[in-house]
Design a protein around this ligand. Structure first.
Ligand code: MN
Length: 699
């Protein structure tokens, strides 16, 4: 096709088209492709021009035509994205970039689900429907010229990709002519013998019977006319691929198949549809199992028609669809209905409304801008698509992280996740996946889900799996801890208690089993007194043998309510200190100050981020105080604690020489501020030469 021809074609349907833009693209592409040749021996340049030509049949706008002309320049020539943007503007440059990206994606698997995902991915990547149209036209032209490629394996690969990815995509956006031609060309390549024999059989039928379609069609019209039902009848021959698919699906031969023609009968109203159906079924026996009443039960997208197949003659079955003029208008207008009807085995779903919108817009939009505005792939905008290292596509909601990806692959993969690589680089697990990312999950059998993953995962599957695991683990810990407390309680009673007493207690407390008892003890749903009473009815949970309660005013954030904790003795944290928890299986969570030296020994335990609960007040702080060896010094020190209203719980003289006495003192304080005031007051006193917190017993 020549430059002026292309421009002429566009001008016929869009007189305002930017002629200069198309001309510039033509010259640029011709120069860029230079002397490159196609497999056919034609100049390479002929290909983008033919692709543009295909798109003029669809009456596409000047920018799309320019994009088609330029679509292979970035990939196959020295031309750059920047050049194209400078010469043709951002809109064309963006579309060319889009087509280039789509061209890089190849089907890596013959798995059906993977193909479906790949189709969705292509839709999602073409955020402008025009990009997809250019890609489909590109593929169609490549299929038309496929026979020039000498390597049969390559031909088959391209044909299979067309069959699995591009033909269904064309179908999905309502381009049936594209779809049929792609399928026919791909089928010819993939099943050459079957293709040949079907084409030959169709020709023989035609040669033998003249124009059967016209004859049968007018036969139906006359039959209905005699019954007083005016009808419009049209017929078509099914295309070779759809005939072959039927043969393959039903495991039958061409002769057995025999329904290779389909007729559409359009009558005035619903009542006449049923009358016409009755007349047709009286004349020709129906084929069992083929009758569908989509009038009384329309398809979910609203499609209405009666479908039947009848035995027209001994060797000839025909398919007939009956509908009213109104139903026909709906079916034709809403491509959605059309799509659902043609798409084999596909269930109409919410995608359909999107396609209906798309078609309406393409039909009625006044300006290319309007088309562009409305045809963004809205339906896939909240989805992202990412690859596993083996090329499997995983669909996720926008905002999903590496952990969500891992759980989407498999629950076991999620549970064992220790790290992730995105596009080959190690990233934090909370990293959000982007469209087209390749994600590799690093796993370890020793790994377990982390509770803090719940702070960033977005998919329900990941959340549920992590929660389930955390609950399970917490229960295990509670049970182990409860057992310890239970042994303590039992150790405090004078009588010896065996397993029978325990079993009886469980019954009295109306609990399911030993684990439930231990859990209730650990989480303090049962007090020691209640346990005692259950073990030895009548003991009344003797106060003397009850365990001293944990200090109530202290609470810790970051732990599941009810999980036991203990302020570590080594650093004696007080409210206001920055704290972390160490979780060791079977014991209370140890709370340490963030700079406690003992943490170095806790590397095997789980670290838990903690903070003090609101209103936490009162903890024992440990101090080292050195006072001068002089009369009244001890009194001064004691006076300071008294003035600060801090109760001394323990006081030990650890060292004494001629000049100084060193004490370790445990004192109850409200919080860190209180402790700081006490230390400041001590240091200010003449009698005190040193005052500091003790962070570990060894210091
Ligand atoms: Mn191309």
């Amino acid at each position: 096709m020549r430059q002026y021809e292309l421009v002429e074609r566009v001008k016929t349907y869009d007189p305002d088209a930017d002629e200069a833009l198309i001309n510039r693209a033509y010259v640029f592409s011709m120069q860029a492709h230079g002397s490159q040749k196609r497999a056919s021996g034609d100049p390479y340049f002929s290909h983008p021009i033919e692709v543009a030509g295909i798109l003029t049949d669809l009456h596409l706008d000047d920018e799309t035509i320019a994009t088609a002309i330029l679509h292979d320049t970035i990939e196959d020539t020295v031309a750059t994205q920047e050049q194209i943007e400078k010469i043709f503007g951002t809109s064309v440059a963006r579309m060319v970039d889009g087509v280039t990206k789509l061209s890089k994606i190849e089907a890596q698997t013959e798995n059906e689900r993977a193909a479906e995902n790949l189709r969705k991915f292509l839709l999602a990547m073409s955020d402008d429907i025009r990009v997809l149209l250019v890609k489909l036209a590109d593929r169609l032209h490549n299929m038309r010229t496929l026979h020039h490629i000498p390597n049969p394996d390559k031909r088959r690969r391209i044909a299979r990709e067309t069959m699995e990815i591009y033909a269904p995509l064309a179908e999905r956006i309502g381009m049936y002519e594209f779809m049929k031609e792609m399928q026919t060309l791909a089928f010819q390549q993939l099943e050459p013998d079957a293709y040949e024999s079907i084409v030959k059989r169709l020709e023989q039928l035609k040669a033998g019977g003249g124009d059967q379609i016209a004859r049968i069609g007018s036969g139906i019209r006359m039959l209905l006319g005699r019954a007083g039902i005016p009808a419009e009848v049209s017929g078509r021959e099914k295309h070779p691929y759809s005939i072959w698919r039927k043969m393959a699906e039903r495991h039958i031969s061409f002769e057995q198949l025999s329904d290779i023609m389909a007729f559409r009968v359009i009558v005035a109203d619903t009542a006449e549809c049923y009358r016409a159906l009755g007349i047709i079924h009286q004349k020709w026996p129906m084929v069992p199992g083929r009758f569908k009443d989509y009038i009384s039960t329309p398809k979910r997208n609203g499609y209405r028609s009666l479908h039947t197949a009848v035995i027209h003659s001994e060797k000839m079955r025909i398919e007939i669809q009956l509908r009213s003029a109104e139903m026909h208008a709906e079916a034709e207008h809403g491509l959605a209905a059309h799509w659902a009807y043609k798409s084999r085995g596909a269930k109409p779903d919410h995608q359909v409304s999107w396609i209906r919108d798309l078609v309406e817009i393409l039909d009625h939009a006044d300006t290319p801008e309007e088309v562009l505005e409305h045809t963004r792939m809205a339906m896939y905008q909240d989805r992202i698509f990412a690859f596993t290292p083996t090329g499997e596509l995983i669909q996720l909601p926008k905002g999903a992280t590496a952990v969500d990806f891992a759980y989407a692959v498999h629950t076991d993969v999620g549970d064992q996740t220790v790290g992730a690589k995105i596009n080959g680089r190690v990233v934090p697990l909370r990293t959000q996946i982007q469209n087209g990312d390749q994600v590799q999950i690093l796993r370890s059998k020793a790994q377990e889900p982390e509770p803090n993953w719940l702070n960033f995962v977005t998919t329900g599957k990941a959340k549920a799996a992590i929660r389930r695991f955390v609950r399970h683990k917490e229960r295990e810990e509670s049970i182990a801890l409860g057992r310890k407390f239970y042994d303590e309680i039992v150790g405090r009673v004078p009588a010896r208690l065996g397993p029978d007493a325990c079993a009886a207690a469980i019954k009295r407390l109306n609990l399911a089993d030993t684990d439930a008892l231990m859990e209730a003890i650990a989480t303090r749903r049962l007090s020691d007194a209640q346990v005692m009473e259950a073990l030895m009815p009548g003991s009344g949970g003797d106060e003397a043998i009850a365990r001293p309660a944990q200090r109530e005013p202290i609470s810790i954030r970051g732990l599941t309510p009810g999980v036991a904790f203990a302020l570590a003795a080594c650093c004696s944290p007080v409210p206001g200190d920055r704290i972390v928890g160490l979780r060791n299986p079977g014991s209370a969570v140890e709370v340490h100050t963030i700079d406690c030296p003992a943490l170095a020994d806790g590397v095997d335990a789980d670290w838990v981020d903690l903070s003090w609960g609101d209103g936490s007040d009162g903890a024992a702080a440990r101090l080292q105080v050195i006072i001068k060896n002089e009369v009244g010094a001890l009194g001064v020190m004691a006076g300071i604690f008294g003035a600060q209203r801090a109760n001394i719980v323990n006081l030990t003289l650890v060292h004494r020489d001629g000049s100084f006495h060193t004490f370790h003192i445990t004192v109850e304080v409200h919080d860190l501020h209180h402790l700081m005031r006490i230390l400041a007051a001590l240091r200010a006193a003449d009698a005190v030469s040193y005052a500091e917190r003790l962070s570990s017993p060894s210091r």
